[in-house]
Design a protein around this ligand. Structure first.
Ligand SMILES: [Zn+2]
Length: 305
């Protein structure tokens, strides 16, 4: 993968909220259980962290606000006048977000019979307030349907490399494209419908939702080299190679439910699947990539998951 250093990165699509940042309001509190089963299942269904296992929503501790306030001027850092801009993880991730949303601007109208509604990604550190409650980095990257934003602590990529062995850079846009896949599902109403179905198990609504997000990520990857920067003149990627695609496939493989269960020392228990097996996640990403068309990502209409 080669990024185009001449591309103008649109940093208005991302926010560097730093430590403990976020939208301020408490939003929906994550219930501790009892009495609000409907809400719990909705929250669990929609707070779809990339890692099925690493899913613990913790309240933020007091005093966390002494860290970085965020609000770095990314526009300056990521300007193409800064010769080092592509070495900055945030700028590269902003470029990925630009490419993913550029893709959906074109592809969504055919899928949803409506205009694509863009949404931001917040880069946070350690913990963040969201429209879905407070979250810490342990949950992994996630999409919050209530405020329609993608959240990621960029240090997640280190964990993906060290703990899950997904070292390639292309794992990063895969992760983001997967989360934007959940945004597409939110715009389409797919996740709301799926919230009424089973939330775990090999054929559960949750697994279907996750595999579809992987397939959407593959569809983006197929079309990514066509995406242009905000001037509409420069491509964002100079090239994406077969080895990049296999890095994404490897990442999908590494975070399958069965692999995570095995790695955490437990037995593989399909009843607890929420995201799909390694083989399924690979297959659906690959299918999205091979077909390059999100309409072929119908994980709800098939039993061949
Ligand atoms: Zn997901």
């Amino acid at each position: 993968m080669e990024l185009n250093e001449r591309a103008e990165i649109d940093t208005s699509q991302v926010n560097d909220v730093g430590r403990g940042g976020g939208s301020g309001g408490l939003g929906i509190p994550i219930p501790g259980g009892g009495g609000r089963g409907g809400l719990i299942s909705i929250v669990v269904a929609v707070l779809v962290a990339l890692l099925g296992g690493g899913f613990g929503l913790n309240a933020m501790t007091n005093g966390d606000d002494t860290g970085q306030a965020g609000g770095t001027d990314l526009e300056q850092v990521c300007s193409r006048d800064n010769p080092q801009h592509l070495e900055d993880l945030r700028c590269r991730n902003a470029l990925y977000v630009n490419s993913i949303q550029g893709y959906w601007q074109k592809a969504y109208p055919e899928l949803g019979n409506a205009k694509y509604e863009p949404t931001d990604t917040d880069f946070f550190q350690a913990a963040v307030n969201t429209g879905c409650g407070q979250a810490d980095s342990g949950v992994g990257p996630f999409y919050c349907p209530a405020d329609r934003k993608v959240y990621i602590d960029l240090s997640f990529y280190d964990e993906l490399a060290s703990r899950f062995g997904a070292k390639g850079e292309f794992a990063q846009p895969y992760v983001l494209a997967h989360e934007y896949g959940h945004h597409i599902q939110n715009l389409l109403g797919t996740n709301e419908k799926a919230g009424q179905g089973d939330q775990s198990g090999p054929r559960s609504a949750s697994v279907r939702l996750e595999l579809q997000a992987d397939c959407y990520a593959g569809a983006w990857a197929k079309n990514a080299t066509e995406s242009k920067d905000k001037t509409g003149q420069e491509p964002l990627f100079k090239s994406i190679t077969a080895s990049d695609i296999s890095e994404a496939v490897q990442a999908a493989e590494a975070i399958g439910d069965d692999s995570i269960q095995e790695r955490s020392g437990g037995q593989v228990n399909p009843d607890q699947f929420t995201h799909g097996t390694s083989a399924q996640r690979q297959r659906w990403f690959q299918q999205g990539y091979d077909r390059g068309d999100p309409k072929t990502c119908d994980t709800f209409g098939t039993d061949q998951l």
